[in-house]
Design a protein around this ligand. Structure first.
Ligand code: FES
Length: 187
């Protein structure tokens, strides 16, 4: 699992873009007055996207202030969920599911392909900042095991060959082709 640790930011205070501020206004309207802290997950997600895929401490502080909650509570949420990253990740952040169904269907081989192709282990970022790897628990798509998530996209029914192709495509900035179920399995 990705090692999470606090990273102090030297980039100054975090400020949401005007576009994200507008999006946050819409999010907050979904919650009762005085319960704005319930919006912590989507607001942290917006902050992370604005920061390029990770959450510097200053962004978590800004979210806590915005939602009128103690910093420690926002910090607890950010450190609990593997979807949040407290250190920089690669442009293509690869999450490898290692839970039993994926493991039985060959996730160890997929991980070996990623590690040897990219020259990094789980929790690391390639020196050029293009890729990072993270082992995660069930991604909720076991019917298509083994499954890998790359940023917001799922790659399903992965084989060592298809994983290599995906990595090669991403290295040349080509979006991998959508996978097609081979046996009529739905998503
Ligand atoms: S076990 Fe891998 S997606 Fe569920």
């Amino acid at each position: 699992m990705h090692t999470k640790e606090a990273t102090s930011s030297s980039q100054g205070p975090f400020v949401f873009t005007s576009e994200n501020q507008k999006a946050i206004e819409g999010i907050l309207q979904k919650y009762p007055v005085g319960r704005q802290a319930s919006a912590i997950l989507p607001v942290l997600d917006l902050a992370q996207r604005q920061c390029g895929g990770w959450l510097p401490r200053s962004a978590i502080e800004a979210v806590a202030t915005l939602l009128k909650m103690p910093f420690i509570r926002a910090w607890e949420v950010a450190t609990f969920y593997t979807m949040f990253h407290l250190t920089p990740v690669g442009r293509h952040h690869i999450q490898l599911c290692r839970t039993t169904p994926c493991w039985l269907r060959g996730s160890a081989e997929i991980q070996a392909v990623c590690e040897s192709h990219l020259g990094i282990k789980s929790g690391e970022v390639t020196p050029d900042g293009k890729f990072s790897l993270q082992e995660v628990e069930c991604l909720g798509a076991c019917v298509h095991a083994p499954v890998v998530q790359i940023n917001d996209d799922y790659v399903e029914d992965v084989t060592p060959e298809s994983m290599k192709r995906v990595l090669q495509d991403l290295a040349t900035s080509t979006k991998p082709k959508a996978t097609q179920p081979e046996d009529g399995k739905g998503t």
